[in-house]
Ligand binder design. Structure first.
Ligand SMILES: O=C(O)CCC(=O)C(=O)O
Ligand SMILES: [Fe+2]
Length: 310
């Protein structure tokens, strides 16, 4: 049995910004994961999001496939995605729905796909409200992360990361009735997230686990439990690259709980033209940059290509 991890709790609305930033810094160094409270996402909204999400995933497969994923927007069926191509070859036991930026980010314009209003009348509106609130919370959190790195709080705006960010909301459904006794099947296999930060809401069903030492074998997995009223936040690869691995992009996975599970992950990823390069404050002669600078859009494209390759 994996042990439960006691993650730090960060209050996004606390007036003492510098002490909050110091707590974030420690959490990102120690875990790359923390709980976030007072992020402006009311319980009523989360309840509505999970209700609408459930309605969509309960539609017949042909109906869902009409919105099959294009340009990383829309529906992805069970087993279509493999977050860890080195493990289970069957793919992950989850289905998902991706919603991309609500505002144009590129030309030609890429549009989101939405379930028909005749079938799910309030679906789009609910998800758009949720997306906007997550983006707002994410941006507020990123300014605290800048402070945590001893940078100006608008640093990530100044480098263009938050100007039309490539943020994706992904609704997830783990069916829970299959694979529970098959070690080769994961809800989501081991991976790190690709962007700056991820904000995650879950319906309370357990399953999420983290591995704090990704290079150590055998891997030690610890459970991240749901906390009512809190989002789970984690650092992504691009933030790890910016900070030269000071902040960790921690490996995580979802184990089948033998029970159906819904979650919603919001990936706050930089504008695709933003150059992600080691921060001056995070390198020195004795600790040179571990990664070369990379354009955010190029990094994301390559990671997504590998995820959907098999
Ligand atoms: O569903 C979860 O709890 C985690 C999902 C996740 O890690 C992801 O979508 O990247
Ligand atoms: Fe993830």
């Amino acid at each position: 049995m994996a042990a439960a991890l006691q993650l730090p709790v960060i209050d996004l609305s606390a007036p003492a910004r510098f002490s909050t930033a110091a707590s974030i810094r420690q959490a990102c160094i120690d875990y790359g994961f923390f709980y976030l409270v007072n992020a402006g996402l009311e319980k009523e909204l989360l309840d509505r999001v999970f209700e609408e999400s459930k309605k969509f995933f309960s539609l017949p497969l042909e109906e869902k496939m009409k919105l099959g994923r294009k340009e990383h927007r829309g529906y992805t069926p069970l087993y279509a995605e493999n977050l860890d191509p080195t493990s289970s070859s069957k793919g992950d036991s989850k289905e998902s729905f991706y919603i991309g930026p609500l505002e144009e980010t590129a030309t030609p314009v890429v549009l989101n796909q939405w379930p028909s209003r005749d079938v799910l009348p309030s679906w789009r509106n609910t998800m758009e409200i949720f997306y906007r609130k997550l983006l707002l919370a994410g941006k507020r959190l990123v300014s605290l992360i800048a402070l945590a790195l001893n940078l100006d709080e608008d640093f990530f705006e100044k480098v263009g990361a938050l100007d039309k960010p490539m943020s994706f909301l992904r609704l997830l459904h783990y069916p829970g009735d299959m694979g529970s006794f098959n070690e080769e099947i994961y809800g989501a296999s081991a991976h790190s997230d690709y962007g700056m930060i991820t904000l995650l809401a879950t319906d309370g069903v357990p399953g999420l686990q983290v591995c704090r030492e990704k290079s150590k074998q055998p891997r030690v997995w610890e459970n991240v439990l749901h906390v009512d009223g809190a989002l789970i936040v984690n650092i992504g690869d691009m933030m790890e690259r910016w900070t030269n691995c000071l902040f960790r992009s921690t490996l995580h996975r979802v184990m089948p709980a033998g029970k159906e599970r819904y979650s919603a992950a919001f990936f706050l990823d930089p504008n695709q033209d933003c150059l992600v390069e080691c921060l001056e404050s995070c390198c020195s002669a004795s600790s040179p940059p571990r990664y070369p600078p990379i354009r955010s859009g190029d990094y994301l494209k390559e990671k997504l290509r590998l995820t959907y390759a098999s």
